[in-house]
Design a protein around this ligand. Sequence first.
Ligand code: F6P
Length: 360
Amino acid sequence: MRIAINTGGGDAPGLNAAIRSATLSALRRGWEVMGIMNGYGSIYTEHPFKKLTYDSVRGITMMGGTILGSANKANPFEVPVTKKDGSVELEDRSDAVVEEFEKYSIDALVAIGGDGSMHIAHRLSQKGLNVVGVPKTIDNDIWGCDVSLGFDTAVTTATEAIDRIRTTAQSHQRIMIVEVMGRYAGWIALHSGLSASADAILIPEIRFNVDAIAEKVMERQRKGDTYSIIVAAEGAVEEDGHRFVKGKEPGQSEQLGGIGEYLEDVLSEKTGKESRSLVLGHLQRGGTPSTYDRLISLRFGAAAIRALDEKDFNRMIVMQQNSIKRIPLEDVAGKVKNVPLDSDTILTAKEIGICLGNSK
Ligand code: F6P
């Protein structure tokens, strides 16, 4: 048996541990392992595979990033191609992936990635590839899985950063706004904000009202707490439905302001207090994985090979109630797991007086 491993989408701490455990579990079964370098995009542009041996995965459990490289926009079903007139069109090059797998006699694929990668994995499985998915993303938004690899480390990093912000907020009696990642889900914001005792936490699942946040700041002021810490998920949504656009698409020259910048201005106007914002950004994706992330990554990697060995294809390995399970890839594709509004973490935040962006 010869398998390939792909790491797709934004990197996350724990990827290397998953690669290591999948590789070792496969090699110990007498299989061959090929790593896909820099995502599926490489398949039609350069030599795509690297043979993985005991030596290639030695000592990588504690390393951040991915030894295979990754690419965020490497969807073989939607490859941007520049036409003669300069316009860009998306082309389906997925047949090239299937052909390359045939050329290299690859029997199965371990696709490590987020919801986008699982969607791609599902579509490749429909084209006849034998695939097992491993859930990875710091955002923790993969449907069907209690926790994805990378989330725990990202939350720890964000929590430590917010702790550090607290002392300077206190010294300068400022409002400090910390913008965290998470895309359309509020897991990182909620867990880090709660752990670091933020005064307000804004998540995409609950639309926010700036007056409610300003009121929270002023209520603290009246009680003698002259500073406030606000943790805002990058995808938080204002009451009127406005979501803050951030980032830089190819060809776009300007970096658009995110929610942190917006709140810095509007809260300072409404409260008369000085405020500053900070975008934690890709810092949350870096560094050495936490013990928890190392463990689940190792378990996910080995579980993926176990599934392939049992010919239980087109599944995603998941963690549900602390047990490793498998669910059909097609159940995951195209869905997002948001924070449930009745979750215990939301209740806890409310019960200890953290403002969740509205006055309720
Ligand atoms: O999905 C992980 C993630 O880190 C999101 O939280 C964030 O919105 C996005 O990736 C950023 O991606 P990029 O690497 O393209 O800046």
